[in-house]
Write a protein that binds this ligand. Structure first.
Ligand code: VGL
Ligand code: ZN
Length: 215
C-alpha cells in the first residue's frame, strides 16, 4: 500500500479575521468543525498565524492609501529585481502581540503540535505559510512536514481565497498531495472561484465528513 501520512493545517484562525478589522464572512461558523478535525488522528496538526509589525507593507495606512487599493512594491533586498509585485492594501490586521493576532476563542489551540508565524518582516508580505510572496525565505513549515514524513496536507481555516489558497499552491510545489476541507474554509470574496482555480492545479476537494470516515 502506498504510504499515507496526513497533516492538518489550520490557517489563520485569528480574531481579526473572525470578528476584528478584516473579518471573513461566516468565519466563526467553521470553529466547531475545525475542533472536530483536530481530534482525528493526523500525524501532525499545525496552525499558522498572520503576525505583522505595526507598520507592515500590506497595510494601507503604511502607504497613506485607501484600504483595498493596490500598490506596486519593490523587493526590499533584491536591488536587481526590476519588477515589483502588486500588493493588495489591507486594513491594519493581526499586529504582532495584539488581541487581533490571537487565536479565536473556542478554537482548541492547545492541541496543535506547532504554530508557524508569517508576515513578520515589515517589508515582505506572505500569504503562504511556506514562503514569502517573493519566493525567497521559507518558514519552518517544510522542515516540520518532512521530519514526520507527511504525504498529504488537509487545509482548513481563513481566508480560502488568500492564505489558504497560496499555502495550498505551495504545498503542491513542495510535492505534497493537497486537499481542501470545503466545509471548514471561508473566503473574503469568491470561494467557488478560488476552489475552481485550485482544483485545476490538481488540489482535491474533500469534506469533514469524508475525513472522519477516512481517519
Ligand atoms: C490574509 C489578507 C491579508 C489571510 C492575511 O489570512 O488570508 N488575508 N493577510
Ligand atoms: Zn496579513
Amino acid at each position: 500500500m502506498p504510504k499515507f501520512v496526513p497533516a492538518l493545517i489550520v490557517i489563520d484562525m485569528q480574531n481579526d479575521f473572525v470578528s476584528g478589522s478584516l473579518p471573513v464572512p461566516d468565519g466563526a461558523t467553521i470553529i466547531d468543525t475545525i475542533n472536530k478535525l483536530i481530534d482525528l488522528p493526523f500525524k501532525l496538526k499545525i496552525a499558522t498565524r498572520d503576525f505583522h509589525p505595526v507598520d507592515h507593507v500590506s497595510f494601507a495606512k503604511t502607504h497613506d492609501k485607501d484600504v483595498f487599493s493596490k500598490k506596486i512594491i519593490f523587493h526590499p533586498e533584491d536591488k536587481d529585481k526590476l519588477m515589483g509585485i502588486e500588493q493588495v492594501l489591507w486594513p491594519v490586521h493581526c499586529v504582532e502581540n495584539t488581541d487581533g493576532a490571537a487565536f479565536v476563542p473556542g478554537l482548541e489551540s492547545t492541541k496543535f503540535d506547532s504554530v508557524v508565524y508569517k508576515g513578520t518582516h515589515p517589508r515582505i508580505e506572505s500569504y503562504s505559510a511556506f514562503c514569502d510572496i517573493w519566493g525567497r525565505g521559507t518558514t519552518e513549515l517544510p522542515g516540520l512536514l518532512s521530519e514526520k514524513g507527511v504525504t498529504d496536507l488537509y487545509f482548513v481555516g481563513l481566508a480560502g481565497d488568500y492564505c489558504v489558497k497560496y499555502t495550498a499552491i505551495d504545498g503542491l510545489e513542495f510535492g505534497y498531495n493537497v486537499w481542501l476541507v470545503g466545509d471548514a474554509i471561508k473566503s473574503i470574496s469568491d470561494q467557488e472561484l478560488a476552489f475552481a482555480e485550485l482544483q485545476e492545479k490538481g488540489i482535491k476537494l474533500t469534506s469533514s465528513k469524508e475525513l472522519e470516515a477516512l481517519l
